[in-house]
Ligand binder design. Sequence first.
Ligand SMILES: Cc1ncc(COP(=O)(O)O)c(C=O)c1O
Length: 449
Amino acid sequence: MSDAAPRLAAARAELLAKTPRCREISEERAEILNSGLAANLEMPHPIFLESGAGCRVVDADGNSYIDTSVGFGLHMLGHAHPEIAEAIRDRAGKGWMFGIHSTTQMTLAELLADASPCAERVVFCNTGTEATFYAMRAARGFTGKTRIGLFDGCYHGAHDYGMFVTDPASDPDAPQPLPMGHGVPAQIAETILLLPYRRPAAIEQIQARKDELAAVIVEGVQSSNPQPGAGEFLAELREVCSDTGVLLIIDEVITGFRVSYGGAQELFDVKADLATYGKILGGGLPIGAITGRADVMETFTGLSAKNGIFSGGTFSGNPLTMVAGSAAVGHLKAHPDIYPRVNGAGDRLAGAINGFCREHQLPVQMKNVGSMFHLFFQREQIDSSRDLHAREQTAEKAFYLQTLNRGVLVPGTQRAFLSAAHTDADVDELIRVFSESLLDVQADGLFVG
Ligand SMILES: Cc1ncc(COP(=O)(O)O)c(C=O)c1O
């Protein structure tokens, strides 16, 4: 490889030389700790982070990187924001977990109810996975129907009811589900309906199967394929769901407080029956939440309620998360100028990189909706995840290593984000590093298309 791709070999050697402690930790860790559950980015080289502040993170060897993961998108204000840190410190001195209700929940509940266009009621849980799981259960309880419609290319967390991918051999208008990995009971497939994303056939299928469908769940913007056209499709779904009596669940775990303060529902002016939240809402601590129509949310009020469902969790609404979330969301509410600025920065980054790729005829494109973005290593147009081709994998991996060695952490196949802490100068630096890294990959001859 070193003869064939000298720039890649040089970058790898440089990175190895400056990260000896990271390598050591990686070797020690392999003895005892399975990765997987503890979220880690699949990096081209093991990097273990020691600290973060603003848009930067520092690894165990003291190397600093501009971070474009920002905790899988949750640090909208950057790492270790002083107001959130202060709220956590203050709460740590007063006790941070009681189980029974604390005085801290109302502040965040009110902020969320005010921000979420569909919120007549709010329920807290601990992760985005729990939020979508409960929203599906509530929809089943409320409607008395079982099946939930999911979309090709979606992600709603790690529970069994969302763990399906599309059989690539299936008809694009009738995608067939395959379990994502082992351990997902085959019978669960009978409780879902996989629908084509952004295709008229989805609308037809919802109409045809309305008597089976409790709800359809859709990401505000599909993180596997972020594009502004998402809004038109949400509006079509709203219409067909209202016509057919199928509930519309909009999964705002990523888009909530990200694409705008009121999330995708506000940006695209579409109101869900239920919406799910996570990530930014918790100020960096674990959180999930469900908001929605009062009659549907009534199912959460206990088993004795009409259509009541079971919900519960030791850590749900815990005071530490509540105060961190209130600090983060309170700051975002008080600084509405953050959204045009961060969204503009995302558009500028994508515009510059796409222009650069066109100029140099590189088979790479950046898709973004405001500050959420993703680089795709392919020339072909991408309308839905069915159009994704992993043709340029070698080039893609080499690119991540090149950027890392230049001090920019790109979260690989995970989604990338800007935060309010990324300045114009940071965005300039991202453009420079991405462009130089792409040219290195090209000079190494690693693009096939
Ligand atoms: C759209 C969406 N829904 C749900 C989840 C699950 O959230 P969590 O990882 O907090 O369980 C994610 C996680 O990335 C997500 O992107």
